[in-house]
Write a protein that binds this ligand. Sequence first.
Ligand code: GDP
Length: 267
Amino acid sequence: LLPILVHTFLYRARTPTSLPSFLLVGPSGSGKTSLLTVFENGSPAPTHLSQTPSTVQVQLPPSTKADSQKYRSEHDPTAKQRPKFLIIDTPGHGKLRNHAFEQLRKPQPHLKGIIFVVDSASLSSDTPGRSAAGLTEAAQYLHDILLLLQKRYTGAKSSKGPPELPVLIAANKLDLFTALPAQLVKSALEAEITRIRTTRAKGLLDSAVKDETLEEEREWLGDGGEGKFEFGQMEEVNVPIKVVGGNVIGADGSDISGWWEWIGEQL
Ligand code: GDP
């Protein structure tokens, strides 16, 4: 029994479950592992392919203020405390994405937000009229996560619905000259999600004709699924979305100040 108790104690000590947490998601190669090491140590380290979720404890830098501390006086000793939080990394590889979906299906009282990392240099296509593979992959993953968050709201038992769950789309690799600026990352993802939604709605309609039981499953993303999808539509299901640019690696070092700021706003 003793070893079990010691193990439990050590495990608890290492991963304090009451800290606010953020889920880190995104396609593989977008920069999640690099970002995690910058969050943790302040500089990127060589990355390895992650197969399972890993959690690290992070502290807000002195330059970023948490929302909860903004109005505290300089003399309040708690105003100088840098809030701690957890970042839960998930594998971005297609077959391993279940880890991320699992995390979102469980009730998460301490989850403060989701950080979706995208490689902004992988989104523009060389062929007119055809989406870049990187854009399609990122948009599909994002679509599935947003649909899950929407279902969390529409399937909620209480009339108030679940608490707000903000999403940061971290438009990464802005140091590369082929990268789209954050505003274009936003419109490219919205347009691609619109396309995915239309395709899937058609697929569902076709199968619903054959199988009445699929009727219940007919839920699509945002505003009844017609017309153009915009991130703003997710506010109706308590999911505010922001797209903020940055870079984890680069000739002039990393610039992730916009992401720190967003994290501070959620704490
Ligand atoms: P993950 O699969 O999402 O964990 O992505 P990684 O963190 O392994 O990064 C994938 C590749 O992109 C690595 O070669 C990183 O060095 C590179 N990378 C990550 N962030 C940046 C960035 O901001 N700028 C540039 N130029 N490369 C980056």
